[in-house]
Design a protein around this ligand. Structure first.
Ligand SMILES: Nc1ncnc2c1ncn2[C@@H]1O[C@H](COP(=O)(O)OP(=O)(O)O)[C@@H](O)[C@H]1O
Ligand SMILES: N[C@@H](CC(=O)OP(=O)(O)O)C(=O)O
Length: 463
């Protein structure tokens, strides 16, 4: 059972989490728990690390540590009053280490990817202590483990590490034996390299931790507890009338998460899929709602389109020039340059005339992308590279779209009727998703138009 940042965001929420765990524990289930940092803490750790590195003046490290301590101690005092002294001492020891490393970062004005991962993993190191203490306070035996202790070995790609296959056996031998009489509370988001260097798994990576731990212990199910009732037909913050999907397939969940449905991390499906483990998304604040079941089976006969999602903070890059026409190797060159520079290309489209290649990248990568692509321009391989930041990528997702004619027609007709200009289109050969790009100011309307066109707010007996 994985609890996200809002689920452990304050004492009241942690008490709810403990209620839920106590209930399933009393029913005789063996439980392993994965927790994220209290909401907002990871963002603040990133910010103070950046400030410590770059600030010329004295950064507010002591004040930051004080505030972090106050937040966690307040929660601890409320949920585990009898352990304040003992657990508080461990929290203080951890904060002391954190303060020292931040001070060192400032002294050197150097923040390596390695030290950043170490710093930002503290959110989970603190929250896990509190949740574990709260379980003990309820009479449930519990220990807090960090991801490394639980057996998550990863690559050394700091900030976005991948879990190594050898982790399965380690997790199995370290976590499984505990489950008979203990509920381990494991830090999400972090692991370590085989050499023991702390890594993080990418923002929102605790879902990925949970899936990997589920696979390692051969769990019957992995439950992702969050602050909405399940996987929704669209982003509730962007449009009206969204609805909980009772079932989605692994493939659909992967597409949805990749295209911005924040409720699941894109890497969290594959580990579960490999062992056919059901993933259930449930609401900590409404635990009796059945939530969404993610499974292999695809219900795709009647409800062809399941959801519409979007990714913002992206940029559209166009590489233009007739020089590219009929010249083998241009695409290879462009994408190799971007790949070598660490730019993640999220969508690609090439006109059949070959005089244009369009792609979507993360907005944060735009300066680097422009820089590396200026090489082919100077060499005369392409005429120009243009970019547009003011865009959003939208995806229409559903396994039933594969082989069903007319879906693209409906999508683009509906957008056309609404007067929304489509700047780029892309469809994978799996046909589980059709994605396209619109101007930032039109994306809410685009989502709503498609949500309405495919009647996603209405229930369907095929679901
Ligand atoms: N299609 C979707 N289904 C469900 N939630 C979505 C979707 N798209 C965006 N969201 C947002 O994702 C949020 C949950 O993700 P996140 O904030 O990372 O949760 P947690 O902290 O529990 O991991 C929800 O509050 C919701 O606003
Ligand atoms: N705390 C980490 C990992 C995480 O998964 O968080 P959440 O479950 O709140 O999305 C982050 O903010 O990225």
């Amino acid at each position: 059972m994985k609890y996200g940042g809002t689920s452990v965001g304050d004492a009241e929420s942690i008490a709810r989490v403990v209620d839920i765990l106590a209930r399933y524990h009393a029913e005789g289930h063996e439980l392993a728990v994965v927790v994220s940092a209290m909401s907002g803490v990871t963002d603040r750790l990133h910010a103070i690390a950046a400030e410590a590195e770059s600030s010329v003046e004295e950064p507010q490290i002591a004040a930051f540590i004080q505030a972090l301590r106050a937040k966690h101690m307040k929660a601890l005092e409320a949920v585990a009053p009898s352990q304040v002294e003992m657990v508080g001492a461990v929290i203080d020891e951890r904060l002391w280490k954190l303060e020292h490393i931040l001070t060192a970062v400032h002294a050197l004005h150097e923040l390596t990817r390695r030290s950043k991962d170490y710093i930002v993993s503290y959110g989970e190191r603190l929250s896990s202590m509190i949740v574990s203490a709260a379980l003990r306070e309820r009479g449930i035996q519990s220990v807090a483990l960090d991801g490394c202790e639980a057996g998550l070995l990863t690559t050394d790609r700091h900030g976005d590490a991948l879990v190594l296959p050898s982790s399965d056996a380690r997790i199995n031998s370290r976590v499984l034996p505990l489950l008979m009489d203990t509920v381990p509370v494991i830090t999400g988001y972090m692991g370590c390299t085989p050499e023991g260097i702390v890594t993080t798994l990418g923002r929102s990576g605790s879902d990925y931790s949970a899936a990997v731990i589920g696979r390692g212990i051969d769990a019957d199910e992995v439950w992702i507890w969050t602050d909405v009732d399940g996987v929704l037909t669209s982003d509730p913050r962007a449009i009206r009338n969204v609805r909980v999907l009772p079932y989605v397939s692994y493939r659909e969940a992967m597409e949805l998460s990749y295209f911005g449905a924040k409720v699941l991390h894109p890497k969290s499906i594959e580990p579960a899929m490999e062992k056919n483990i059901i993933v259930r998304v449930k609401n900590t604040f409404n635990p009796d709602h059945p939530g969404t079941v993610v499974r292999r089976q695809e219900n795709k006969e009647k409800r062809v389109v399941k959801a519409v999602t979007h990714i913002d903070r992206v940029a559209l890059v166009n590489v233009n020039g007739v020089q590219m026409v009929g010249r083998p190797g241009t695409a290879k060159e462009i994408f190799s340059l971007l790949g070598d520079a660490g730019v993640n290309v999220m969508m690609i489209s090439q006109a059949s005339s070959q005089a244009n290649i369009s792609m979507i990248i993360e907005e944060a990568d735009l300066a680097v992308a422009k820089d590396v692509l200026s090489g082919p321009v100077k060499a005369g391989l392409v005429r120009e590279v243009t970019a547009d930041r003011n865009v959003v990528a939208v995806a229409v997702v559903g396994a039933g779209m594969a082989g069903t004619p007319g879906i693209s027609g409906r999508i683009f007709t509906a957008l056309g009727h609404a007067g929304i200009n489509v700047m780029m289109i892309s469809q994978g050969s799996s046909e589980v998703n059709v994605s396209f790009v619109v101007k930032q100011e039109e994306h809410h309307q685009a989502l709503q138009v498609l949500h309405d066109e495919f009647r996603l707010s209405e229930e369907c007996d095929d679901e």
